[in-house]
Write a protein that binds this ligand. Structure first.
Ligand SMILES: C[S@@+](CC[C@H](N)C(=O)[O-])C[C@H]1O[C@@H](n2cnc3c(N)ncnc32)[C@H](O)[C@@H]1O
Length: 390
């Protein structure tokens, strides 16, 4: 795999952008085709440009988002004859210098059919203006990508979080927050993201392994966000997260926290996370191979394919499945899959591999599957019924 020059030395941004691209395209296509919203708005709360001097802004969320929106708009028109959906892109940047670059770029590169706005200032102070630009009836996706963790404390995001018909992708700079958790001077600030922490909570966190602590902390943050976001009618706030590793070390650099009020969002975001997870492994292997002089035996892709990429042991996933089942048929649809993904944080593939095993061991049967299916043993989009045989 050739790593684009724009990402050399900041490979974690490549994974972040792959996930943004993959999910945004799915989301805009689904919302567009469903015809449920006449207007779709993309909001980049920490737009930049950042990390590049090039005029093309290659490798920035600005160029990437406009490209995806434009592509989806054309797909809707050409494939579905849908020309009535309006698209708006709002970019917010605090630094005057970067905002000037942003405005210059947009004045020459905002594609046809998309209305572009560039606001200058702190996104938290501009929330009313952002919401006004979004309008009342549009569907909005917010990309929130700060450099530090204090800018995305729950109280700062509140007004945006409460907007109905909205989804969020928030870069939660875990590595930085993790260093601050035990420091008394930062206690107040940390609690704005994680909620009230007792001495007992802090002791429990510090006794955990690095991996468990990372998981526990991001879950606390997710819970705070969901509580503030609240439901949309009968649809509760839901969340999931993807882990982005430090480019050199085997530890979390940040989490990309996703929020929605629709179960389909969780399923589609988990699919995109799974794809980005593979790319993350390829990029890490490729970076290692590039640093060595001798030719590698296998390509980075082949080596990544052969790695165990599951988020949990297959025995744990099988035990989880069996717990969900009984001798009576149970329907597994996308809402149920979203519950399972949210609860465990595992990948869809983890559930599929474990279920394929259970079926071949005759411990479970899929009452709606005509033949043997190894890759996708349950079609959640069809709400297939499973029954425990033992
Ligand atoms: C990590 S960079 C954004 C990278 C960009 N989203 C991308 O993926 O290409 C963060 C940007 O947010 C800007 N910024 C920092 N604090 C901000 C705030 N409170 N409101 C809006 N922008 C802010 C910084 O100047 C910087 O350009």
């Amino acid at each position: 795999m050739e790593i684009d020059e724009a990402y050399k030395g900041r490979e974690h941004s490549l994974i972040k952008h792959e996930l943004l691209k993959g999910y945004l395209e799915k989301l805009l296509s689904i919302i567009g085709v469903s015809g449920g919203s006449r207007e779709i708005v993309y909001v980049d709360c920490f737009a930049g440009p950042w990390g590049t001097d090039s005029e093309s802004l290659a490798g920035t969320s600005i160029a990437i988002s406009l490209d995806i929106i434009s592509h989806v708009r054309e797909m809707l028109a050409n494939k579905h004859g849908m020309t009535g959906v309006r698209f708006k892109a709002i970019y917010v940047e605090k630094s005057k210098r970067s905002h000037k670059r942003l405005t210059t770029y947009l004045s020459g590169n905002c594609p046809d059919g998309i209305t572009c706005h560039a606001l200058q200032g702190d996104y938290a102070d501009l929330q009313d203006e952002i919401l006004q630009l979004c309008g009342d009836n549009s569907f909005a996706f917010f990309f929130v990508d700060p450099k530090g963790w204090t800018d995305v404390s729950v109280n700062k995001l509140s007004k945006l979080l409460r907007r109905p018909r909205s989804e969020f992708l928030i870069n939660f700079m875990y590595d930085f927050l993790n260093r601050a958790i035990g420091m008394p001077d930062f206690r107040h600030q940390v609690q704005k993201s994680l909620g009230e922490l007792t001495e007992g909570d802090l002791q429990r966190l510090s006794a955990m392994s690095a991996k468990d602590r990372g998981e526990a902390v991001v879950r606390m943050y997710r819970e705070q966000l969901k509580a503030d976001m609240g439901p949309d009618g009968n649809y509760p706030a839901r969340s999931y997260h993807a882990e982005i590793l430090n480019k050199d070390k085997e530890r979390t650099h940040y989490h990309l926290v996703y929020l929605t009020r629709h179960h389909k969002g969780i399923v589609k975001f988990a699919e995109s996370s799974q794809d980005a997870d593979f790319i993350q492994r390829v990029v890490r292997i490729q970076t290692r191979q590039n640093a060595k002089e001798q030719m590698p035996l296998f390509s980075a892709e082949d080596e990544a394919e052969s790695q165990d990429s599951s988020k949990a042991s297959i025995d744990d996933v099988k035990a989880y499945w069996l717990n969900q089942l009984s001798g009576e048929p149970v329907r597994f649809d996308e809402a149920r899959l979203a519950d399972m993904l949210e609860e465990t944080g595992w990948l869809i593939r983890d559930f599929e591999v474990a279920m394929a095993d259970l079926i071949s061991e005759l411990k479970v049967e899929n009452l709606d599957a005509a033949g043997k299916r190894t890759k996708h043993p349950v079609h959640f989009d069809k709400g297939e019924r499973l029954r425990r045989c033992v």
